[in-house]
Design a binder for this molecule. Structure first.
Ligand code: SF4
Length: 694
């Protein structure tokens, strides 16, 4: 109940959902949040918002949130509420016991792209300085790790090149494997505005996403490829550009590594990369590929936007490298209106990767084996550090099943719903002696946990998020933590209880340490963030107020590097038993596995996961629109509400994954990207059948 008569206070903070990073005025009366108003001076949203950010914050006040730590020695036992002191002492003593008994590499942690930069930095510090290993990974592993790997290899740093606002200078927009109007709605609207002003549009997607045809917008080319064939398509576009002499030789000569270009050119000119050869693989007519290639290469400033439809494949990293090749080939990097722009699903995917949350890198993407960097951190943290990369999430889980990995701290992540092959994840969790979950709600994973530490919503936190355009923005505390402790305090207390002296008084001090130890963050501080409103990294002596467009004078790595991107078909093939290919994605009203949005009024609009199927496939199976259907793969089965639509092509079905009841992750395979282990969520061979009548 809101106390009447109290003054309304406004606090500027950042949306906790997608990677657009909209700013909001959180309006409060006393300690009660009364509404979220899109902030007109927000640098990422300019006063706009979507249905998630505007209305879906009420999960923060959900009565389902546990507000006290929960503990049980065995997962079969009932939960027991305990004090923070008891919970932290238990977690610390168990991690110490396990490390003593099984060795320091038997424990590790997973951090979250939903948490603040400061929290993510502390989790990796807990692992490196206190656990004495590099067994730290982030949930970005299962979404954009190929972006991190691919863009670093090609351009020198693991980040998108251009700000959102740069789209106003785009003449050609190439969207591949992304659905911005659903997944990144505020930027999707900005994109639509630019398209209505006359920018040309290429969409590469197995499905007719809204952008393909929506009022006043029609894609010039929809490359409706078969799932899993991005690399073949991108290579064919590059082949056409070279074949027709449309490349930007001046840009390549001045800014790119010539040896890698020559080698790549020899590869890409092979007949197997010609559109005429690739049309069979992709299902896209050769002439359409050639026409789209001409438009991308000659239409003016051309920007590529991509999402998980590129990364979540067995060749996710190869596709990112192929995108980078295209942008360099046509000189579309280092200027307004162009670039390679990954659309990040979660609010802080970029930040979580920046903060050293991968097992091989310190903050700022510096390898743990690099002596100079390691010495810098050893001196700052006053502890010897391991020069060997640690375990990725997938390796931690596999080692757990083998009996070698025994204790994990998971921050803001549901491994059972977010990682592939849920049965394997459950087996791994059951094999461990200590599973600690630090989150807002009990979730599917908490069924297999020994300790649950209650977390805070974004409204209860101080810190920063970094959005998809490298924009660091403040998250400001709007109300006190309902569970009494901010998450950074809990991580710090675990470190202290394990005997490590970690003493911060406020997240701003954590950011000061990040700035001291990370060259790309050297000029970042809360004071500067408050003054400027936001900062796009790199921000340092060379760029005191940040860097909106990257790689302007030269690439971050010096010369841009071309990579050979041979197409290798996914091992996941349709068969007589599983004749359809399932691909997955989001809808506007919900966010990821739905832990937050399912607890808000957004369920009014969308109550369950749907499966889209082409009319001919539905008819063949006797399936009627709106029925419940069973989707079965080689791994398992799930239940979805069926929608018959020509948005998908025959042979392909599409499902959303916001509700655990549909069991979308039980269905998906264990195949993953060759470079990063990012799971191949976008290609699963399935059969669909009508369920017995409800
Ligand atoms: Fe903005 Fe994304 Fe939040 Fe919507 S979900 S308000 S687009 S940050």
């Amino acid at each position: 109940v809101i106390e009447k008569g109290l003054p309304v206070k406004s606090t500027i903070t950042t949306c906790a959902y997608c990677g657009v990073g909209c700013s909001f005025e959180a309006q409060t009366q006393g300690n009660e949040v009364i509404r979220m108003v899109p902030y007109k001076n927000g640098h990422a949203n300019h006063g706009h918002s979507c249905v998630k950010g505007r209305f879906a914050w009420t999960y923060a006040l959900s009565p389902e949130r546990p507000l006290k730590p929960l503990l049980r020695k065995k997962i079969e036992d009932p939960w027991k509420e305990v004090s923070w002191e008891e919970a932290i002492a238990y977690v610390a003593s168990e991690f110490k016991r396990i490390a003593d008994k099984y060795g320091r590499n038997s424990i590790g942690a997973v951090s979250s792209s939903r948490c603040t930069n400061e929290e993510d930095y502390l989790v990796q510090k807990l692992v490196r300085a206190v656990f004495h290993n590099n067994n730290i990974d982030t949930c970005a592993r299962v979404c954009h790790s190929p972006t991190g790997y691919g863009l670093k290899a090609a351009f020198g740093t693991s980040a998108g090149t251009n700000p959102f606002d740069s789209i106003q200078f785009s003449d050609v927009i190439f969207v591949i494997g992304a659905n911005p109007t659903d997944g990144h709605p505020v930027f999707g609207s900005q994109m639509k505005r630019r398209l209505r002003q006359g920018a040309r549009l290429i969409v590469a997607d197995p499905r007719k996403i809204d952008l393909v045809k929506t009022p006043h917008i029609r894609a010039d080319y929809h490359l409706q490829l078969k799932p899993g064939t991005n690399v073949a398509l991108l290579n064919a576009i590059a082949y056409t550009i070279l074949d027709e002499g449309l490349e930007d030789r001046k840009f390549i000569e001045e800014k790119c590594d010539k040896v890698s270009f020559e080698k790549w050119m020899q590869f890409i000119r092979k007949p197997e990369n010609a559109p005429e050869a690739v049309q069979e693989i992709t299902g896209v007519p050769a002439e359409t590929i050639r026409a789209a290639a001409r438009l991308y290469a000659t239409g003016g400033n051309a920007a590529i936007y991509y999402g998980l439809g590129v990364t979540e494949h067995s060749q996710g990293t190869t596709a990112v490298l192929a995108i980078a090749n295209l942008a360099m080939l046509t000189g579309n990097v280092g200027k307004e209106g162009a670039g390679v722009n990954p659309l990040r699903g979660q609010n802080n995917v970029q930040g979580s990767c920046d903060m050293g949350s991968f097992p091989h890198e310190f903050s700022g993407y510096r390898h743990v084996s690099d002596f100079e960097t390691r010495m810098l951190f050893e001196e700052a943290w006053n502890v010897p550090l391991d020069p060997e990369p640690g375990l990725r999430i997938t390796n931690m889980l596999t080692e757990a099943v083998y009996g070698n990995f025994k204790g994990i701290y998971v921050h803001g992540e549901d491994l059972t719903q977010s990682d592939p092959d849920s049965n394997h994840v459950i087996q791994a969790l059951k094999s461990m002696e200590l599973v600690v979950l630090h989150d807002i709600f009990l979730n599917e994973m908490s069924k297999y946990c020994h300790v649950f530490l209650p977390g805070c919503s974004f409204l209860e936190k101080d810190g920063t998020f970094t959005n998809a355009e490298r924009r660091i923005q403040r998250v400001r505390q709007v109300m006190p933590p309902l569970c009494r402790k901010q998450e950074w305090e809990v991580i710090q207390e675990i470190a202290q209880a394990m005997g490590y002296p970690m003493h911060y008084n406020h997240p701003s001090e954590i950011m000061d340490e990040i700035a001291r130890l990370t060259p790309t963050f050297r000029g970042v501080s809360y004071e500067k963030l408050d003054k400027l409103g936001s900062i796009q990294w790199p921000c340092n002596e060379q760029a005191t107020e940040g860097t909106p467009v990257m790689h302007k004078e030269k690439f971050f790595r010096g010369l841009g590097q071309f990579h050979i991107t041979g197409y290798v078909p996914t091992p996941e093939k349709p068969s007589r038993r599983f004749p359809l290919i399932l691909t997955t994605g989001r809808i506007l009203h919900h966010y990821n596995v739905g832990t937050q949005t399912r607890r808000t009024q957004n369920v009014i609009w969308f109550k369950e996961d749907i499966l889209e199927i082409h009319p001919s496939d539905a008819q063949e199976r006797g399936i009627k629109d709106g029925e419940l259907v069973e989707v079965t793969s080689r791994k398992g089965s799930g239940i979805f509400r069926c929608k018959i639509t020509e948005r998908v092509q025959p042979g392909t079905v599409y499902a959303t994954f916001h509700f655990p009841e549909s069991r979308a992750n039980i269905v998906t395979t264990e195949i993953s990207d060759w470079a990063t282990n990012c799971p191949e969520y976008k290609v699963t061979a399935v059969q669909v059948s009508a369920l017995a009548k409800e």
